[in-house]
Design a protein. Sequence first.
Length: 334
Amino acid sequence: MTATLESRSVDNPSAAAAKVGDMSAIRRLGMGLAALGRPAYINVGRVQELPAQRGVDDLRRATWEVLDAAYLAGLRWVDAARSYGLSEEFLGGWLAERGHRDVTVSSKWGYTYVGDWRMDATVHEVKEHSLSRFRDQYAETLRFLGEALAVYQVHSLTVESPLFQDKALQAALAEAAQHGVRIGFSTSGPRQADTVRRALELEVDGQRLFSTVQSTWNVLEPSVGTALRDAHEAGVHVLLKEVLANGRLAVQPLEAVQKVAHRHGVGPDAVALAAALDRPWADTVLIGAVSTGQLRSNLAVLDFALDDADREELRSLSVPATRYWEERAALPWI
């Protein structure tokens, strides 16, 4: 399979908004497998959409069903991670079985899944940004995804990460880039903007180390927006994750979201996605659907575009970043 990576350049917000209301917007959407590759996760509204049993075979079937539906709809980007349980194995098997050669695959290293497929695990994942962890997990990722892997990202980079001082790790990442895999990073926490700016200053042998960035952005937590805009303008591919705030904006919608949804005759999930697609610097917006029903509801975003009144309604929803991340940390793994 040949990996592909589409770069997009949108010159102004109105051009980006115009794409939301037609099928060309589908190419700015991608599938994220965080909530499908393991039995427990923090997404609100996930439980009732999953199979009654969450064995390996059950979640493999559910993953393949969602991927089939997403591909049929036109999505061509899928994002996984070493810590998303068996997401890479599920994805690699699906690609091999279906023979799709036009899917851009991104994955991440840095967390290890330690939940042992248990719902009641005390710890589900463990983080380590080290050279040995990168080498081990890169080999594992290649075993499952092979040449389909287009983008490999440091998982949840923060300003405190030892990566910033580890020259050997930086060199190893740069070496992987020389072999055709684009190297990126994802961010989390209230200092995402600081992390983005610091990471994009990293160079190895005079070349920028990272060419993609994946950050949490939604109408509740938009604080990283300016840093991502700057990254996009510098030629870095920007991915947005958790645009539904781990399902909260869909299952527990705020009044402003409900108003906009009612105006357009769509669900609150589509409104949250439309707000993300409305960012002209967002190259890929990830959907975290765990069922074909959720995916259909999400894809209603293709049927409308936000107007100025909608934007004004949604602009009032942002909360302090520290509060947002404290509330996210309190979500249970179920």
